[in-house]
Design a protein around this ligand. Sequence first.
Ligand code: NAD
Length: 491
Amino acid sequence: MTLIDRHKKAAEILPVVSSVIGGERYTVGSVGTFDHINPATAQAQASIPLSGTDSVDAAVAAARAAAPGWRNTPGPRRREILEKLAALLIENGSELATISTLENGATMGFGANRFVTMASDWTRYYAGWADKLDGLVVDTARDEAFVYTIPEPFGVVGIIITWNAPLLSLAMKIPPALAAGNTIVLKPAEFTPFTSIRFLELAKEAGLPDGVLNLVIGGPETGAAISAHPGINKISFTGGPATATKIMQSAANNLVPVLFELGGKGANLVFDDANLAEAIPYSATFSLVNTGQGCALPTRLLVQRGVYDEVVEGVTAVVSQYITGDPLELTTFAGPLVNDAALQRVSGIIEKAKSEKAGRLVLGGGRPGGELADGFFVDTTIFADVDPQSSLAQNEVFGPVLSIIPFDTEEQAVEIANSTAYGLTNYVQTADMRRARRLARDLHSGTVGINGTGNMHVGAPFGGVGISGFGREGGREGVMEFVSTKTVLIG
Ligand code: NAD
């Protein structure tokens, strides 16, 4: 079977997309349709109805109508629904992973299946908070009044997400918002509508009442209508910094609080004393996984001079073994980029880096041919000796491009690592734990991963500093983002 035939066959499972407002499905959009293009084949695979401002108004009204019922639903019942949803995500995991592969090109072997497990973990974790959110008795005021606090939901939360890991983004935001008793208006990226509709269907199957979670399928204008809506009480956004600025400006008109998970340009510092047998495969794989379309990936590899050549050679050798190809195949490491715009953008960045001599091209730099020629594929690409101040090293590529930069001293490594405007994640590979602790403090980011770790843990906060955003997802802080604390004084 050809690539096109394999994807056409797989696409038979794609759900029909519609906005869902108060439990009603709207298969006809008020602002036209959008042809969804399969990123691996560049063939249209579905027509997506796009909804506009009128649908946002209706979704906010539905969420407001459902709010009293949901906030008064006992915590144990909210927990039960979310636990059931976590189980359903696993039960439907192979379908959800395939959907993700078809909608954004995430590879089954290195992305889509993993996102299902993570989404279920996040949902189960926040299920557990639904019956544990409680207040404080403030005993210091005992002669004046009996003072205590109550955790309350904000009301209606607007959730706007991007396309690179939609299932995980949904699970990082929706379960904590629901656990805290909020109702939701959700807008996914128009490029990844299928995952959201299945998430909604599974939430309904788990027992979530109609109107508690409303889905509006649309583009930037629809997102803008949510962020400007006076009926929204809190906004949680994952996407780019430029969009975040616009959202913050319109949210400011209604004094609505925002949580922003934005981009990143993580540095991975490999020191002379690191265990290279682990650091090399880790650095190679982790920087380029999900075809480099990850905000928290260590896309700048900073290597100390004593092991520089060995690491450049080793990382290049590991990446050369990785297959770029059909994302449905379990052995494929890198799939296509999400859409043609991403392909043009990433190809442009690679060409500019070559012509400006931002670094020495040691792998890739072009596009694969054969049956991949029509899809949105680029070669997995490595530049060594990259100028840390070049545009390649300073700006997010969001594609399979790794920049390797040499350094001499720890101070220099910290200076280079902290030289971008981003601050989401950084990583350190060293045998010296005193140095590791120093760097955990000195690196400017919301997360620091030391010696071969991932970039998030469900029970711990995740988020950025600088233009990587503010607010935290994960752990207690993640649920408290959706809680408004009320103080009661009894005389
Ligand atoms: P984007 O900001 O263009 O779009 C994200 C979402 O915002 C989409 O749903 C889009 O329709 C909507 N949107 C666009 N304009 C809007 C407006 N004016 N008002 C309201 N909503 C609007 O993001 P992108 O470029 O598609 O996504 C890539 C970015 O997301 C990268 O910077 C990446 O690093 C970041 N990201 C961050 C995280 C994280 O957790 N920190 C995770 C994944 C992706």
